[in-house]
Write a protein that binds this ligand. Sequence first.
Ligand code: ADP
Length: 627
Amino acid sequence: MATKKFKTEVTDLLQLIIHSLYSNREIFLRELISNASDAIDKLKYLSLVDDGALKGFSFDPRIDISFTEDGKRTLTIKDNGIGMNEEELNGNLGTIASSGTRKFLSSLTDEQKKDSNLIGQFGVGFYSAFMVAEKIEVISRKAGEDKAWKWTSDGKSSYEIEEAQRDSQGTTITLHLTEDGYTYANRYEIESLVKKYSDHIAYPIYLEYDKVNYNYEKKDEKGEPGKTSEHVIEQINTCSALWRRAKSEIKDEEYKEFYKNNYYDSEDPLFYIHTKAEGATEYVTLFYIPAKAPFDMNYADYRPGVKLYVKRVYITDDDKTLLPTYLRFVRGIIDSEDLPLNVSREILQENRVMASIRNSSVKKLLSEFKKISENNPELYDKFIKEYNRPLKEGLYSDYANRDALLELVRYHSSSRDGYVSLKSYKEHMPSDQKAIYYLTGGKEETLKSSPLLEAYKKKGYEVLIMDDDIDEIVIGSVYEYDKLPLKAINKAGAMDDLKSEGDDNSSEEKKDLVEKIKKALSDKVKDVRLSSRLVDTPAVVVNDDNDPSAQMQRLMKQMGGPDVGDIKPILEINASSPLIRKIEESQDDEYVRKLSEIVLSSAMLQEGIMPDDPVAYTRAISELLSK
Ligand code: ADP
């Protein structure tokens, strides 16, 4: 038997792990199972590709967990993977095998050493078991070799190696648990940890335990039910890393079952997207789109729906950085081959591999949505009914994918039922139309009956009806679609587009009328202008090009935004309407003032804006009517 000292960095690492990861010590089981699974992966691989002794090596991969109750306090994890010989035990468990880890460790300041998130980023692996064990025994036999070796340590400063017995290849790790660690030596704890972290390990994990059966028919002398105990070995993982299987081998039913079992949904998903990426970064993604938007989709503290795995080992589902916020309705899995197992959340955000997976996943999702919109409009309708709003958020927040998102979002229209795309809007444009027109700031019905639409209808121009509360904020940041400018028709400037040649002199002609109304409404409007876009309605209110709309002002106030002061509208009048003519003809200042105020208040009401003084408005109307 040889006693050897750990390399100093191992002693450091052990101290570090115990101090910074202790509150999360349950991860030890995940680490050991993951090592076991890696060891099986390696042997399997060699049995397939090795030129030498291991070619064609046949075995039934499995991982076995057992524990002793009472007294002895041990927990054992056994695999039949590649195993380790003496040299490898020294190299892997006596030093820190990875040079990256070593470098990282020596670069940490004392302050950083206290940060469990930083520590978590490298493979703490095997050593994490010392958080729950006062002594660890590893008996291992390398595949293709005759001798087995036993490595033993208390995790302080040294370990021992001696020859041992093991019938076949593989590794058996026995933890002599601390009093505290002993809480993990029971069936329920182990099953729940395996479910939580290792359910998708590709090899079966068996748990060996004594099952106690109670017999209530047959009571003992004390009147207690009769007890018999039975030794059982039971598989405790579902072993269903579905996403790792080839697409062609997975039935539609299996995809759906997997979704329903894992995402607590009784309905089938709308659709799913399974992607395997090979090359510079290797990963698999399996994304599902729920039929109904998750109930918490519009809460700030929504639960993210995508889980991150590294080599089939579950890492986290609590990470809002796996996909951008606007795709928070997506459910599914990202499984990377390249990330380190203990990648922490803080590190994830800056990790290059993760960033590249995330970018490609977003692109993939958006391009699949587009395909569905083209090939399966009925399905796309259902999709857009649930997810139009988050996609619109993306227009605002994901500049890099804005063009793709512009093809996906849908709006109501002044001339068609249902939803239209910008593409179809463009296709419907008459040849003289040079911009995309839209109207924001109210309910669909109010917007659709707005007098502002009159002139556009007359010209055969369609107007997009943007009735979602976020539309105005979002669309204001999108200046064009496919080289066409987007213009709000409730802005003063939009009117210029509708002028025909020869229209212009009228403003000179009606100068007196405009001045008259401006004087009557002096403190209530920013300006009064002659409109070329009204057909039947006496007047409309619009906003100066750079002013926010009334709806937007209200929203800004609600959200506690900066006080923009009292922004007044511009009144556009229709000189040929009888009501405006009355104003023009009257010489009575008081009558002109009253009529002008009624015109202004009515124009505001048409846009769903409450006049400042509704009582004065109704009183003025009654007075006029009774005259
Ligand atoms: P990591 O798994 O991150 O490399 P560990 O400290 O967990 O770090 O393990 C160190 C090395 O020990 C592994 O890379 C592997 O070569 C070896 N090892 C650990 N557990 C086993 C096992 N069950 N079977 C074979 N080799 C193992």
